[in-house]
Design a protein around this ligand. Structure first.
Ligand code: FMN
Length: 269
């Protein structure tokens, strides 16, 4: 088979490791769906693929700005009528982002048949400390007080099962009515205790995103205080929300079992 591998970049580029200001400053645009200019990847819009695998991250409960930018490029036409498999890396708080991504792929004419979700190791509470350390310092390894950050190596190694399946089903990639190829391999296995924090987080972020945008564009001085208050709100609110959700979710699972199942399965929609 022939593989075409493209990195998605934007102008401006985002730093890694992140600086605190840049990290929080991209929230309003990510939430409001206002991506920056995409850098052409060199794809020929007339080119047709049997299968497109899109790797992307969740930023502030939304698809990352670079992947949102890709969908504004003329090149996104390569997805039209093509099977798409989504591969996401996140901290478990990703339901809204997945829904938006499904919509972006559908609008581009792609057929999303499978969504693979990789989550950070250690659970939500630990991730509250290890994830910022990873983003702001680039440090993944365990420290004196903190466990390792990011996706566990055995989860990354486990991706091989999807590769093996795709290799075996190559003759089905371009079938007329594409169906799931990976559903029985547990591509998505998210603990739904993240649903409540996500609902609360979404309400807070939508509010701050609107106010910040009224105060200007990224880098503007006027919106800096809004971003500062958002940052403080997140730092103070998140541990409280996570703790409350850990107590409330078992009750909600009994009262609303269809909305709060124990885990979510593959749901490419
Ligand atoms: C700006 C920014 C915002 C993020 N927001 C979220 C989020 O809302 N939910 C989530 O589950 N992960 C979030 N993450 C974590 C990323 O989705 C991803 O897991 C992380 O960047 C590590 O990716 P890597 O292992 O590919 O470096 C965010 C990351 C960044 C850089």
């Amino acid at each position: 088979m022939e593989i075409s591998w493209r990195a998605i970049e934007t102008v401006p580029r985002y730093p890694y490791p992140w600086r605190v200001r840049e990290f929080f400053e991209c929230m309003p645009e990510a939430v409001n769906g206002e991506p920056p200019t995409p850098v052409p990847t060199g794809l020929d819009p007339a080119e047709r693929f049997d299968l497109v695998i899109i790797g992307w991250q969740v930023w502030f409960l939304s698809p990352s700005l670079p992947i949102q930018a890709f969908f504004t490029a003329a090149e996104a036409v390569v997805l039209r009528g093509t099977r798409v498999i989504s591969v996401t890396c996140c901290r478990e708080i990703c339901q809204r982002a997945q829904a938006r991504m499904r919509m972006l792929i559908r609008q581009a004419g792609g057929v999303l048949t499978d969504s693979i979700v990789l989550t950070h190791q250690g659970g939500s509470m630990v991730g509250y400390l290890t994830a910022p350390r990873l983003m702001l310092s680039g440090r993944r390894e365990a420290g004196a007080l903190l466990p390792a950050a990011g996706v566990a190596q055995h989860d990354i190694d486990g991706l091989a099962r999807f590769g093996v399946r795709l290799r075996k089903t190559q003759n089905r990639w371009a079938e007329a009515e594409p169906g799931s190829l990976l559903a029985d391999l547990a591509p998505t296995d998210i603990n739904t205790s993240a649903l409540l924090p996500e609902m609360i987080g979404a309400a807070v972020m939508t509010l701050f995103a609107r106010v910040a945008r009224r105060c200007g564009r990224p880098g503007g001085l006027l919106r800096l205080p809004v971003i500062g208050v958002f940052m403080l709100t997140l730092v103070i609110l998140l541990p409280v929300v996570l703790a409350v959700s850990a107590l409330l979710t078992p009750v909600l699972r009994i009262l609303l079992p269809s909305r709060f199942p124990r885990r979510t399965a593959n749901a490419p929609g």
